[in-house]
Design a protein around this ligand. Structure first.
Ligand SMILES: NC(=O)C1=CN([C@@H]2O[C@H](COP(=O)(O)OP(=O)(O)OC[C@H]3O[C@@H](n4cnc5c(N)ncnc54)[C@H](OP(=O)(O)O)[C@@H]3O)[C@@H](O)[C@H]2O)[C@H](O)CC1
Length: 226
């Protein structure tokens, strides 16, 4: 099977195309599908009886929005999610998604003061069973800036399973873990399409060019390399 790689730039262009052409998908729709798929993937690999406490780590971009959606669905599935979102994005959509989680009494870790934030994250990791890494996606540009640099180290050393969305956080989208502080997830949830010749793998998006329009289906699968 031949595999072609998507560059970060192309992934962003496809994203824009999906949302800009006639009959286009809205960001809300895409994020809802993405977040639901992440929650379903985590639930497939880590059952709620053994891994009930999920720490959902959210970044400042759209991937953080995927994380907020996933937290809501995980709550509905019977997990006990907790949200870590140190730099909430300013877009209205993130505020709405976060409010939905708050309405479901899903706790968010306090992050107003840097040291406290780090201690709080450490404590939360110690009382979690699995991390959903929704920190950075295809718009990440190394090197990792604070507070995410310290957070990635803490998450890496927590000794609990990590499920990453799209790209392990801290990895350069096209060159892998060049900085050496990227996460090494146990499972990766990749964007792909439901056709042959299309696969996802660590650190990269793979999409056969001819299937690009079908990306609208946003089919996810699990690449487990534990
Ligand atoms: N294609 C789809 O169907 C969908 C994909 N989705 C998900 O969205 C992400 C891509 O979202 P995007 O907002 O473009 O980018 P990211 O989530 O990766 O993050 C951008 C933010 O991260 C900050 N950033 C970037 N580099 C660093 C760094 N080195 N240190 C700290 N912070 C960093 C960046 O800040 P800037 O100041 O640099 O602008 C942004 O705030 C994709 O991967 C999917 O998961 C959507 O859900 C829609 C559907």
């Amino acid at each position: 099977m031949s595999i072609r790689y998507l560059t970060a730039k192309l992934a962003q262009q496809i994203d824009e195309e999906l949302m800009s052409t006639a009959g286009a998908f809205s960001l809300d729709q895409l994020m809802e599908l993405a977040g639901l798929a992440c929650a379903q993937t985590l639930a497939t690999v880590y059952n709620k009886e053994k891994y009930p406490r999920v720490l959902v780590c959210c970044g400042p971009g759209n991937q953080g929005g995927d994380g907020l959606v996933a937290a809501r669905h995980l709550g509905l599935f019977g997990y006990k999610p907790t949200i870590w979102i140190p730099k909430p994005g300013s877009k209205d959509i993130y505020k709405r998604l976060h409010a939905q989680c708050e309405n479901m009494h899903i706790p968010t870790l306090p992050t107003n003061e840097p040291n406290l934030a780090e201690n709080t994250l450490s404590t939360a990791l110690a009382s979690s069973d699995v991390v959903l890494d929704a920190i950075f996606g295809f718009s990440f540009k190394p090197p990792v800036r604070a507070p995410f640099d310290a957070a990635l180290r803490l998450i890496s050393h927590a000794g609990i399973p990590i499920v990453s969305v799209d790209i392990p956080s801290g990895w350069d989208v096209e060159h892998g873990d060049a900085g050496g502080i990227g996460l090494n997830p146990d499972a990766l949830v990749s964007l792909t399409a439901p056709k042959e010749g299309v696969r996802g793998f660590i650190g990269r998006h793979f999409l056969g060019g001819r299937f690009v329009p079908k990306w609208a289906f946003i089919f996810y699968f699990i690449e487990n390399f534990a």
